[in-house]
Design a protein around this ligand. Structure first.
Ligand code: HEM
Ligand SMILES: *[C@@H]1O[C@H](CO)[C@@H](O)[C@H](O)[C@H]1NC(C)=O
Ligand SMILES: *[C@@H]1O[C@H](CO)[C@@H](O)[C@H](O)[C@H]1NC(C)=O
Ligand SMILES: CC(=O)N[C@H]1CO[C@H](CO)[C@@H](O)[C@@H]1O
Length: 485
């Protein structure tokens, strides 16, 4: 009996290393064998494809969830394979290329619009919409983008935002102070959702806003979920929400079409009315899909920026003090109830640097995804057709090569600092550069202007740990006391 057991143990122990070796080699062989012979000129970037099925997911989770040092994922590969700026891996179910140097990131993102080499890598096209700016490619992308930019990024639109949003910011801040203590992330979400519905559809009554928020949550849940459409799944629910949203918006558009008096001064109206040089308009489907895209692109990102701004200003009182000082010259020039304008922000240098710094440090958009539509070469490495490309933006934003003492929140670092192209890439670049970049900056100008003059706040848990999945957030939602000055 004992001998049998011992033999069994010996065999098991003896088989263990070969088994590990087989498992460890399986993905490498499966995805890379056609590149490995020295005869082919094509060479994959350095890296490893990890374990069967899961690839390198465990290492990813290790860095993002357990050690809470997300960029170790990149630093480790740099240390092991050299600073190539491009690595191969297997993540989220696909063989993938990670790019992380400014040059490689720009190689993938900043290409001519007519070049369809890197298609968007979004999941669930049926939720985002096949006509969404984030889905379409090439000339169709250029066409849709022109309308969208007119709605959200033209000087006229941006100037009008100041009139529409400042009363909302003012009311929200007053309400926060009445509460005395708040969870900043929740309040910023609510405020931002109200803002975005106002800008898009001029919606402001509470039941309608609640309904829209519920629909949004359903949609978003589906985008993150497994792609299984059965009753009870998140995707199923999300598709239902999307239908509900369509019917609300189609009837809104219908009302505006049949009666000109129903037209309003908002993004939806611009999308409905604008004509291109051929006299063409967007179709209703195209408008719908892009309204969804604006909400998906603009809601959480703006709310997070507001939350992180409060967080960093609470941690760096000297910065807050300088920010306040800038208001003197601006506010003293104005009458009691006069609001900040689009013209004013051009002279708000320090506030502008605070905004740049918040967005640099807060990793609002940590990655961008693409799919390679054909084989492509970067610095002698092949990016194979069909592989996903993960454009790793975040590492460069805190790389000491480019930023002195990178983890410090220091708006003055921007005085005369010129980083090379692709380093400060918070809004991406090239033809898909974030179309909401000015919109979010204007919202932050309005918010910071009001909050720094009239209120004071203090973090309840200054040492709350920061988590990175699915996005960067303090684990307590940034609880704080919030009072009138
Ligand atoms: C701090 C806030 C924001 C950050 C950091 C951010 C970041 C980004 C990044 C990195 C991209 C590029 C994606 C790619 O290359 O595939 C992008 C695209 C996009 N963003 Fe933003 N964004 C922000 C706010 C907004 C806002 C307020 C809107 C609302 C209009 C918006 C709407 C979009 C849309 C529609 C796209 C897709 C553009 C295209 O594919 O051509 N974003 N954003
Ligand atoms: C932003 O990303 C960097 C690098 O991954 C990380 O060190 C930093 O803590 C992150 N900050 C936030 C607020 O997520
Ligand atoms: C937070 O941590 C710092 C040092 O790491 C410590 O001095 C401080 O007392 C802590 N604050 C709270 C509220 O725990
Ligand atoms: C810190 C600071 O100087 N704040 C000023 C901002 O502007 C108002 C005028 O509206 C002054 O009263 C504050 O002293």
């Amino acid at each position: 009996m004992d001998t049998l057991w011992l033999i069994g143990l010996a065999v098991t122990v003896g088989l263990f290393p070969p088994l590990i070796w087989v498992l460890r080699s399986f993905n490498e062989w499966k995805y890379c064998h056609q590149y490995s012979t020295s005869k082919t000129a094509r060479k994959l970037p350095p890296g490893h494809m990890g374990w069967p099925i899961i690839g390198e997911l465990l290492d990813f989770l290790w860095c993002f969830k357990f050690t809470l040092k997300p960029d170790d994922f990149i630093w480790k590969r740099r240390a092991k394979y050299g600073d190539t700026g491009i690595y191969r891996t297997h993540l989220f179910g696909s063989p993938s290329i990670i790019t992380c140097s400014p040059e490689a990131n720009r190689f993938v993102t900043a290409r001519a619009i007519e070049d369809d080499t890197f298609a968007p890598g979004w999941p669930s096209p049926e939720l985002i919409g096949v006509n969404s700016i984030a889905m379409v490619e090439g000339l169709q992308h250029k066409r849709i983008r022109r309308y969208l930019m007119e709605a959200v990024n033209s000087p006229e639109s941006l100037a009008r935002i100041f009139v529409k949003l400042q009363p909302l910011f003012k009311a929200a801040l007053k309400n926060w102070a009445l509460k005395g203590s708040i969870t900043a992330a929740d309040e910023a979400n609510q405020l931002t959702f109200h803002n975005i519905c106002t800008l898009l559809f001029s919606y402001s009554n509470a039941p309608l806003l609640e309904k829209m928020e519920r629909i949004y949550r359903g949609l978003r849940g589906g985008i993150r979920a497994q792609p299984i459409n059965l009753p009870g799944t998140a995707l199923h629910h999300a598709l239902k929400c999307r239908k509900e949203l369509s019917s609300i918006l189609l009837s809104e558009m219908h009302d505006r079409r049949v009666n000109k008096e129903n037209s309003k001064d908002d993004f939806l109206q611009v999308l409905m009315d604008s004509v291109d040089s051929n006299g063409d308009k967007l179709s209703e489907e195209e408008i719908l899909d892009n309204i969804v895209s604006i909400i998906l692109g603009g809601y959480a990102s703006t709310a997070n920026s507001i939350t992180w701004a409060l967080y960093y200003l609470a941690k760096y009182p000297a910065v807050l003090q300088k920010l306040k000082e800038e208001n003197v010259s601006i506010r003293l020039k104005k009458k009691e109830d006069e609001i900040l304008t689009y013209e004013d922000v051009k002279s708000m240098d320090y506030t502008s640097k605070v905004i740049d710094e918040v967005i640099r440090l807060a990793n609002i958009s940590a990655f961008v995804f693409r799919t390679a539509s054909k084989d492509e070469e970067f610095n002698g490495y092949t990016i194979p057709k069909g592989w996903k490309v993960i454009v790793w933006l975040r590492a460069n934003h805190v790389d000491p090569q480019y930023y002195h003492n990178p983890m410090e929140f220091n708006p003055d670092r921007w005085d005369g600092l010129i980083v090379k192209l692709g380093v400060y890439y918070v809004f991406g670049g090239g033809p898909r550069l974030c179309p909401g970049n000015n919109l979010v900056r204007m919202e932050l100008f309005m918010f910071l202007h009001q909050v720094c003059i009239d209120y004071k706040w203090e973090l309840s848990n200054p040492n709350a740990s920061i988590h990175f999945l699915p996005y960067s957030r303090a684990i307590d939602g940034v609880k704080m006391t919030f009072r009138d000055m």
